[in-house]
Write a protein that binds this ligand. Structure first.
Ligand SMILES: NC(=O)c1ccc[n+]([C@@H]2O[C@H](COP(=O)([O-])OP(=O)(O)OC[C@H]3O[C@@H](n4cnc5c(N)ncnc54)[C@H](OP(=O)(O)O)[C@@H]3O)[C@@H](O)[C@H]2O)c1
Length: 344
C-alpha cells in the first residue's frame, strides 16, 4: 500500500512513523517544513514530500491512503478530505474535534460516490470509546441513551493541549433526540467508576457525540472526562471562565499556559502509562442498562498502534463516513496489547 503520513514530524506523527517503520510499512512522510522532513526522512530512511495543506489537491495523486497527523485538524482536514475525494485516496486522521467529525460526516455521500473511506479519529480519540460504546449498546435491546468518558493522569502533548483549548473555545456538545445541542463544558457532573473506584466526572467535548451516533444509533449521548485526570484541568478552567473561554485573549493566554505546562509523555511514561474508558447504554423503553470499562496502554502509545493498524486495513473498509467500530467492529480495540475490557 502506498501510504502518505502528513504532519509526520509532530510529536504524534513521529510515533506513528516509528510504529509504521517497525511494522515494515514504507510510508512516504509529508508536511510543510522541508528541514524537519529531511532530517526525519534521513533518520528512518524514508521518502519525503514537502507541501502545505493548500497544495494538497495537487500532490495526492498515486497514493492509496492518507493518514493525517497534522492538528489541530480544524486547520487541515478540509483540504485533505477534498484532495482525497478528488484522487480516490482513503482518508484517516487522529482528530478528536467534534467540528471536524461533523465536517467529515457531511462528506459521507461524496465519499460513497468516489468510493473513498473517510475514517477520522483512529487514535485514542475515538477508537476505544467508539468500540466500547458499540459493545454496551449491543447489550441492551434498543439503546436510547449513551454516556462515555475517559480518565488518564499523564501529560498531553502541546499539540493535543492546544487542540483541546481550541475545542473549549468552540463549546461542548451533547446529542439530544438525535440532534446536537451546545452546552457549557462541565455543566453536568456525575460519579463514574473508571476502574479505580468512584470519581467525579464532568461533561467535556469529545467526538463520540458524532461517532457513537453512527456506531450505536443512540439518540441521546453525553461525553465525560474524569476530574482526577490531567485533561480535567481544562474542564475546570472552562467551568470557571464560562463563555470567556472563547475570547481571543483568553484563548492566547491558555495556549501560552499549555505550551509552558505540557510536554507530552516521555518514552518511559508511554511504556508504563495507562488510560481508562467507561461507557453506559440505556434502553429507556425496557429499562435495561449495560455498563463496561476498558483499560488501555498510555494514550500516545495506543494512538500510534491503532492508527497504523487502521491505515493498513483501510482498503477493506466500506466507502463513506466511518467510525472505528463501523469500520473494524467493536472488538477492534481488543486486538492491541495491554487492552482489557470488563463488564460492570
Ligand atoms: N486521536 C487521538 O487520540 C490523538 C492522539 C494524539 C494527538 N492527537 C491530535 O493530533 C494532533 C497533533 O498532535 P501532536 O501532539 O503531534 O502535536 P504537534 O507536536 O504540535 O504536531 C503537530 C503537527 O501538525 C502539523 N501542522 C499543524 N498545523 C498545520 C497546518 N495548518 N498545516 C500543515 N501542518 C500543520 C505541524 O507541522 P508544523 O510544525 O510545520 O506546524 C506538526 O507536524 C493534535 O490535534 C492532537 O490533538 C490526537
Amino acid at each position: 500500500m502506498n501510504l502518505l503520513v502528513y504532519g509526520s514530524y509532530g510529536f504524534t506523527g513521529e510515533l506513528v512513523v516509528e510504529e509504521a517503520v517497525d511494522r515494515g510499512l514504507d510510508p512516504v512522510i509529508a508536511g510543510r517544513d522541508a528541514g524537519k522532513l529531511e532530517s526525519q526522512a534521513e533518520e528512518h530512511n524514508l521518502t519525503h514530500h514537502c507541501f502545505t495543506v493548500d497544495e494538497m489537491e495537487d500532490e495526492l495523486e498515486g497514493y492509496d491512503a492518507l493518514l493525517n497527523c497534522a492538528g489541530p485538524f480544524s486547520k487541515t482536514y478540509h483540504e485533505a478530505v477534498e484532495a482525497c475525494l478528488e484522487h480516490g485516496v482513503e482518508y484517516l486522521d487522529l482528530t478528536g474535534e467534534v467540528d471536524v467529525f461533523r465536517g467529515i460526516e457531511s462528506r459521507d455521500a461524496e465519499g460513497r460516490v468516489a468510493e473513498v473511506s473517510l475514517l477520522p479519529g483512529v487514535g485514542f480519540d475515538v477508537v476505544p470509546s467508539d468500540c466500547l460504546a458499540a459493545y454496551v449498546a449491543d447489550r441492551v435491546p434498543d439503546v436510547s441513551h449513551l454516556a462515555v468518558g475517559f480518565e488518564t493522569i499523564l501529560s498531553p502533548s502541546q499539540g493535543t493541549a492546544k487542540t483541546a483549548v481550541e475545542g473549549l473555545g468552540r463549546g461542548c456538545f451533547v446529542r439530544e433526540d438525535g440532534g446536537l445541542r451546545k452546552v457549557p463544558t462541565a455543566s453536568r457532573k456525575r460519579t463514574i467508576d473508571f476502574g479505580a473506584g468512584e470519581t467525579s466526572a464532568a461533561l467535556f467535548p469529545l467526538g463520540d457525540v458524532v461517532t457513537a451516533y453512527h456506531s450505536t444509533g443512540a439518540e441521546d449521548i453525553e461525553t465525560y472526562v474524569g476530574l482526577g485526570g490531567t485533561v480535567s484541568t481544562l474542564a475546570r478552567v472552562a467551568e470557571t471562565l464560562g463563555p470567556l473561554t472563547r475570547s481571543r485573549v483568553i484563548q492566547s493566554a491558555l495556549k501560552a499556559a499549555v505550551e509552558a505546562t505540557f510536554t507530552g509523555p516521555d518514552e518511559e511514561q508511554r511504556r508504563t502509562g495507562e488510560a481508562r474508558i467507561w461507557a453506559e447504554a440505556v434502553d429507556e423503553d425496557s429499562g435495561e442498562r449495560a455498563e463496561a470499562r476498558l483499560r488501555t496502554p498510555e494514550t500516545y502509545a495506543f494512538t500510534a498502534s491503532a492508527a497504523v493498524e487502521a491505515a493498513s486495513r483501510i482498503e477493506d473498509v466500506e466507502p463513506g463516513f466511518q467510525t472505528p467500530a463501523t469500520a473494524f467492529g467493536e472488538d477492534f480495540v481488543l486486538e492491541f496489547d495491554g487492552v482489557e475490557r470488563t463488564d460492570v
